[in-house]
Design a protein around this ligand. Structure first.
Ligand code: OMD
Ligand code: FE2
Length: 472
């Protein structure tokens, strides 16, 4: 993690009339101490909280960790804004009838099953639905109130947020768009996030999502009580996997506009509250600090893999990890399965059959997944909870064996799958279990796996697999 002061203050002229997301500039680095100003001299010099700030701005701090967190874990940012965030009417609960968000998983709002679960991609809604309206929780564990847990949400949306912003008081969002770009305006500036990229919106930041391509669908992992970090690299050394410089943070951008009836929707304990104000919350003219939204392009990930034999554990492809207090035990790992070469000799190359004390939620951004010949589709999802057996489907197993030991190097191309993996056991929301998109035949993909056991120890022959016969 870089921990140095950015020597250069990044500037961006205000352009409220035509914010161009396509040619945005960013600051680079992971959890760096960034500085950015949209007007020259807007950032106070030499102190964070002067009696009078440049341009008559208000100074406001956002703390992402306790004041007394150790320095290397301490995250906070100073925002210099036209009006402070507090200038709004009281929060009122939003009608709960249509809400499908959960942040404290109990037996009254979710249930548990060890069964392998899979969902087909959910249709984009026909009625106008923005990012917040289209967000629903699939599963999770723990509690935002107790600052320990996670939630996995998915969204389908077809319209930009209008005269409103969202703020999540419960945890950090890691957003994985699967289709349709997101133009995310945040208090720190703007992010363009395309499918194949991810964005992290840390707890407490206000943001609004525009959909330049119309329909969008994607996945969101939320963590309570901790933040995403880069994984340690151990024996890999100083380079590889996600590089700190490929994490991109916005530069300051503001609008100083009168917006009657502007709504801030705050997620607090999984419930939504709204408050009215008369101005845009994107009124931060300058900011400095190490607590900020960021994005990351998954194609910049440098994968490592087996170069001789056997199948490495998927942790080798960890992009970001939200830790627990136990070393090596993640509250939530974000792992990807990117395009890469497979070269292992005399090795079963697809994922092995396994049971894991961690729980695995998977999604697919594009292409196919190496362990499933059919049924796991872009925009779909699967959940294999703690100790639930899973692995390649019958077709994948048979095709792999039929290819045999002579398989040379092969490139897995045009695919991007990912996994959210947690040490906590997820409870599943009723609407996800009862969804018309659930694949109730999922178990069938393994039912055809036949015994190839031969008492004399002879290995299966290609013909056995292809014609369905077995020699005894
Ligand atoms: O279950 C899965 O498909 C994810 C996964 C991939 C892999 O290569 C090894 C283990 C694992 O859980
Ligand atoms: Fe797995």
């Amino acid at each position: 993690m870089d921990d140095h002061q950015q020597p250069v203050i990044k500037t961006n002229g205000p352009d409220s009339s035509s914010p161009s997301f396509a040619d945005l500039q960013y600051q680079s680095g992971f959890h760096n101490h960034f500085s950015s100003e949209a007007l020259p001299g807007a950032l106070p010099y030499g102190q964070s909280s002067p009696l009078l700030c440049p341009y008559g701005l208000y100074a406001e701090q956002i703390s992402g960790t306790s004041f007394t967190s150790p320095r290397k874990l301490n995250h906070r940012t100073w925002l210099y804004r036209v009006k402070p965030s507090v200038t709004h009417e009281p929060f009122k609960p939003l009608e709960p009838s249509h809400r499908k968000l959960v942040s404290e998983f109990t037996d009254s709002n979710s249930s548990t099953t060890p069964t392998q679960l899979r969902w087909k991609p959910v249709d984009i809604p026909e009625t106008p639905t923005d990012f917040v309206e289209g967000l629903y929780t699939v599963c999770g564990a723990g509690s935002s109130f107790l600052r320990h847990g996670f939630a996995i949400h998915m969204y389908t949306a077809n319209k930009s947020m209008d005269n409103c912003a969202f703020c999540n008081a419960d945890g950090d969002f890691l957003i994985v768009p699967q289709t349709g770009r997101l133009w995310i305006t945040t208090e720190c500036g703007k992010l363009q996030v395309s499918p194949g990229e991810i964005a992290v919106l840390p707890q407490g930041f206000r943001f609004a999502v525009d959909l330049p391509d119309g329909p969008s669908r994607g996945y969101v992992a939320e963590v309570f009580g901790t933040h995403f970090q880069l994984p340690d690299l151990g024996p890999i050394g100083a380079n590889g996997l996600a590089a700190p410089r490929d994490f991109l943070v916005p530069i300051a951008w503001f609008e100083d506009s009168y917006c009657p009836g502007y709504i801030i929707t705050q997620k607090f304990g999984g419930e939504l509250f709204t408050a009215k104000q008369e101005f845009s919350p994107f009124n931060v003219v300058a900011w400095h600090g190490n607590y900020a939204p960021y994005k990351y392009d998954l194609t910049t990930f440098c994968p490592f893999n087996t170069v001789l034999f056997d199948h490495g554990d998927p942790s080798i492809n960890t992009v970001l990890t939200a830790p627990t207090d136990k070393p090596g035990v993640a509250l939530l790992d974000f792992v990807i399965f990117p395009p890469r070469w497979l070269v292992a000799e005399h090795t079963f190359r697809p994922p092995y059959y396994h049971r894991n004390c961690m729980s695995e939620f998977m999604g697919l951004i594009y292409g196919g997944y190496e362990a499933k010949a059919d049924g796991f589709l872009p925009g779909g999802a699967s959940l294999h909870s703690c100790m639930t057996p899973h692995g390649p489907d019958t077709k994948t197993y048979e095709a792999t064996i039929a290819r045999g030991n002579e398989a040379g190097p092969s490139r897995i191309s045009d695919t991007l799958a990912f996994m959210f993996e947690s040490c906590l056991i997820p409870r599943i929301c009723p609407w996800a279990l009862e969804s018309p998109f659930i694949d109730s035949d999922y178990y069938q993909c393994w039912i055809g796996l036949r015994s190839h056991f031969t008492r004399d120890g002879a290995s299966a022959k290609e013909g056995d697999i292809q014609n369905g016969e077995k020699e005894d």
